[in-house]
Design a protein around this ligand. Structure first.
Ligand code: ARG
Length: 280
C-alpha cells in the first residue's frame, strides 16, 4: 500500500537563498551559491512534483531568511493542526512568524510547543504507519517529542541521531509505504536502530556514504521517488518494489546541507494517520 500522505507540499522559492551563515557541517560561507541555477533547480523540482501528481502550495520568500526555502523545518503538520518549529539556531528563528501566518491564512489551527524545547518540524518528524518517528540531538530536543505526541495525539518513536553531518532525521529515514523505508542506521544510536527495526518490516538499509549523498532525503509521491542521488544498488531494490526513480539535480541547496525532502513540507499528513490503530 502506498503512503497515505505526500500528495500536497508547501514550498518556498529561493529568491533570497544563499549560504550566509554556518549552522551545519555542510555550510561554508566562502562557497558561492549560483542563484540563477538555484532558481532553475527549485523550479524543476516543483515541475517534477506536479508531474508526479502532487499539488504544490507556495510560501513567499523573505529577504534575510535564506533557509526559508527548507520548508520541511517549518513545523509538524497533523490533519488540520500545525505545530510550528522552535529552531535551535537564532539564524532561523525569524522564519517562524511567516510560517505561522501562512498556515493561519490557509485554515490550519496552530498550537505551540513549550518555549524551552527545540524542535525542527518535519525535518525531524516523519509519519510511519500510525506513529511519528522523530529524531533528536543536533536540532531537536528529546523532550520535545512528548509535546509533539500530546499536541498531535500521535505516538512518537524517538531516535537519537549520532552523526553531525546527518543532523536531521530526514537525512537518515525515508518512509516509502506502510512496510518499507530507507534507513541509515549508521547515523542512529543502538536504541534508535532497534526502535526503527521493530517498526519497519522491510527496511532498505543505506551505507554511510549513500546517506552522506542525501539518498534518504527523497520525496515520495505514491510510487514515484524524487531523489538527489540514487546508487545503482538502491535503485535496483526500489525498482523491484515498483518505484519509478527520478534523480533531481539540487547542487546549490546541498551547499546549505539540504536536498529535495528539506525543500518540501507535506501538508496532507495526519488525517488518516489518526484513524489507524497503532501498530505495535
Ligand atoms: N541550512 C539548513 C539548516 O541547516 C538546511 C536545512 C535542511 N533541512 C532538512 N529538513 N534536513 O537548517
Amino acid at each position: 500500500m502506498s503512503l497515505s500522505w505526500g500528495r500536497r507540499y508547501l514550498m518556498c522559492p529561493p529568491s533570497f537563498f544563499g549560504v550566509v551563515y554556518e549552522i551545519n557541517p555542510w555550510m561554508h560561507r566562502e562557497v558561492t551559491v549560483d542563484v540563477d541555477l538555484a532558481m532553475e533547480q527549485w523550479q524543476h523540482l516543483v515541475d517534477v512534483i506536479g508531474a508526479a501528481g502532487a499539488q504544490v502550495d507556495l510560501l513567499e520568500s523573505e529577504p534575510g531568511l535564506p533557509d526559508l526555502v527548507f520548508t520541511a523545518n517549518a513545523g509538524v503538520v497533523s490533519g488540520d493542526l500545525f505545530v510550528p518549529a522552535r529552531f535551535r539556531h537564532a539564524e532561523r528563528r525569524g522564519e517562524t512568524p511567516f510560517d505561522v501566518a501562512w498556515f493561519v491564512a490557509h485554515g490550519w489551527r496552530v498550537e505551540e510547543l513549550p518555549a524551552e524545547v527545540d524542535h525542527e518540524g518535519a525535518g525531524d518528524t516523519l509519519p510511519f504507519g500510525a506513529v511519528f518517528v522523530s529524531g533528536y540531538r543536533w536540532r531537536s530536543d528529546a523532550r520535545s517529542h512528548a509535546a509533539v505526541a500530546s499536541l498531535t495525539g500521535t505516538p512518537v518513536r524517538s531516535v537519537e541521531l549520532t552523526d553531525p553531518r546527518l543532523y536531521h532525521l530526514d537525512l537518515t529515514f525515508c518512509p516509502l509505504d506502510d512496510r518499507r523505508a530507507l534507513c541509515a542506521p549508521d547515523a542512529w544510536d543502538d536504541y534508535g536502530t532497534k526502535v526503527v527495526k521493530e517498526l519497519v518490516p522491510e527496511p532498505l538499509v543505506l551505507e554511510l556514504d549513500e546517506a552522506l549523498s542525501f539518498v534518504a532525503n527523497s520525496v515520495v509521491i505514491d510510487r514515484t521517488m524524487l531523489m538527489p542521488a540514487c546508487p545503482p544498488r538502491v535503485g535496483r531494490q526500489l525498482e523491484a518494489w515498483g518505484f519509478d526513480i527520478e534523480v533531481v539535480a539540487l547542487s546549490e541547496f546541498m551547499k546549505a546541507g539540504g536536498g529535495p525532502r528539506c525543500l518540501t513540507l507535506a501538508l496532507d499528513v495526519g488525517s488518516r494517520l489518526l484513524d489507524q490503530p497503532e501498530q505495535q
